[in-house]
Design a protein around this ligand. Structure first.
Ligand code: SF4
Length: 67
């Protein structure tokens, strides 16, 4: 099953935990100091990483759904 990732930039505080968990899906936007969503629909192989990223986000800014 494919994945759909949503990033709430209003909630994001730039803690970067998501990037440590799933570096191919999240990066840091140097201009804003917030997360940058590189892959809104990552492949299913990245599910564990993406779910760990969502869980690790102190701001609860990442939503992972089945796409
Ligand atoms: S872990 Fe959450 S608050 Fe931190 S950069 Fe990622 S989305 Fe933003």
């Amino acid at each position: 099953m494919s994945l759909k990732v949503t990033l709430d930039l209003d909630a994001c505080q730039g803690y970067t935990c998501c990037m440590m968990e799933a570096g191919s899906v999240f990066d840091l936007d140097e201009a804003t100091g917030k997360a940058l969503l590189l892959q809104p629909a990552p492949s299913p192989e990245l599910r564990i990483q993406v779910e760990n990223a969502a869980r690790s986000c102190p701001a609860r800014a990442i939503l992972v759904e089945n796409g």
